[in-house]
Design a protein around this ligand. Structure first.
Ligand code: FO1
Length: 312
């Protein structure tokens, strides 16, 4: 059963970890958002790639969800003493990743090749694929400060500002990599992980040709909301600021016709009329993913569902 999983940051990485434990290494490709990437302190930072890789390699800082475990911040402390920026907390071990990625990309390597090399060195067997090797940068349009680069909205301003919309700079001239197109085309099904649809999944779906390829595929999503709330991060707040009630319906409406099935949490009271009015299959289960056991359980449940229902 070949799966292409679309993932962003922390939430997506959790399900990706479960899928990696349930599927064979050649059965799972993880296509990762690069819209959060940015240049900081002269370094190329790719937060969603690192969150997925560190989680798959069991090196992630579990409580933060991003960065490395057992991290120290001595370099950051000294940067602060030199009046440098300390709002984006880069740890000493994490710094090695950014330094080496920046050096390799400056010497002409693509993000896809750098990621493949790092995965090999980190013992990750699955294919972790940046969505594109072309620059795509997510900006958030805020009421208070206008267009802000994503990390400034998310980290510097702790997603406190009010959003009006999103803009993916470079999306019109960017292409999905051939590895991404191949992973989706040769997959038996596509899983949209429980990441933020606006800023983690939409950049991938907005890439030229991706939605067309998905049309012929069995596409399953896992809701990033439970009881109308995000597990962590600004999703519920974003929906409200866009005048949309955060709910299961908001997720199915957002993904629209590319979606065949949505796994949502059993605590959600779903207007089952949704099922009659839309061709989307709704599956109620426990989608909270606090530990590896829950991630494996949900991953196995989705794979079993796919095996039972796969479009021929
Ligand atoms: N998120 C924060 O909320 N605060 C940070 O200081 C921070 C630092 C950081 C460093 C490296 C990295 O790979 C991720 C980091 N993140 C931090 C998370 C990151 O901003 C988000 O995970 C994604 O961009 C959104 O999914």
């Amino acid at each position: 059963m070949k799966i292409a999983a679309l993932a962003g940051g922390v939430g997506g990485a959790k399900l990706a970890q479960g899928l990696a434990k349930v599927l064979g290494s050649d059965e799972l490709s993880i296509i990762v958002n690069t819209g959060d990437d940015f240049e900081h302190l002269g370094l190329y930072i790719s937060p969603d790639i690192d969150t997925v890789c560190y989680t798959l390699a069991d090196k992630a800082n579990v409580s933060l969800g991003w960065g490395l475990k057992d991290e120290t911040y001595k370099a950051l402390e000294k940067i602060g003493q030199l009046n440098g920026p300390t709002w984006f907390k880069i740890g000493d071990s994490d710094l090695a990743t950014h330094l080496m990625r920046t050096q390799k990309m400056k010497s002409g390597e693509t993000l896809t090749h750098v990621t493949r090399d790092f995965c090999e060195l980190w013992g990750i067997k699955n294919r972790v694929l940046p969505m594109s090797d072309d620059p795509v940068r997510t900006f958030v349009d805020t009421k208070e400060k206008g267009l802000l680069p994503f990390q400034e909205y998310f980290v510097k301003h702790q997603f406190e500002l009010c959003i009006r919309g999103f803009y993916f700079k470079g999306i019109d001239s960017a292409s999905p990599t051939k590895e991404v197109i191949d992973a989706i085309k040769t997959s038996d099904a596509v899983i949209i992980c429980p990441s933020n649809p606006f800023v983690s999944i939409d950049p991938i779906l907005s890439l030229r040709g991706i939605k067309d390829i998905l049309k012929g595929k069995n596409v399953i999503a896992v809701s990033p909301l439970i009881g109308g709330k995000a597990i962590k991060g600004p999703l519920a707040k974003m929906f409200r600021e866009m005048n949309i009630e955060p709910s299961v319906r908001a997720i199915t409406d957002h993904y629209g016709e590319i979606l065949d099935c949505l796994f949502f949490d059993q605590i959600d009271q779903v207007d089952m009329a949704l099922e009659e009015h839309s061709c989307i299959i709704l599956r109620a289960t426990n989608i909270l993913l606090p530990d590896i056991e829950s991630r494996i359980r949900l991953a196995a449940e989705i794979v079993e569902f796919l095996k039972a229902t796969n479009k021929d």
